[in-house]
Ligand binder design. Structure first.
Ligand SMILES: [Zn+2]
Length: 65
């Protein structure tokens, strides 16, 4: 059994504290809360540590300040 605690991959809050959305990644389950979901969509590069090997969008705007 792997460590399968249900916590947001970004902020670490559990499903006791906030609703979590289940993600499927490389056959495993990950969880992210609704507040962090926009970061996963728009700032995917910030979550590469949580999703090793994730494919980043190539047509990214050069507006990273
Ligand atoms: Zn979160």
């Amino acid at each position: 059994m792997t460590d399968d605690k249900r916590v947001c991959v970004k902020c670490g809050r559990s499903d006791e504290q906030t609703p979590l959305i289940t993600l499927s990644f490389k056959g495993g389950a990950k969880y992210i809360c609704s507040q962090c979901l926009p970061a996963l969509i728009h700032k995917t590069h910030l979550l590469v540590d949580q999703f090793p090997g994730i494919e980043l969008p190539t047509n990214e705007d050069a507006t990273s300040s």
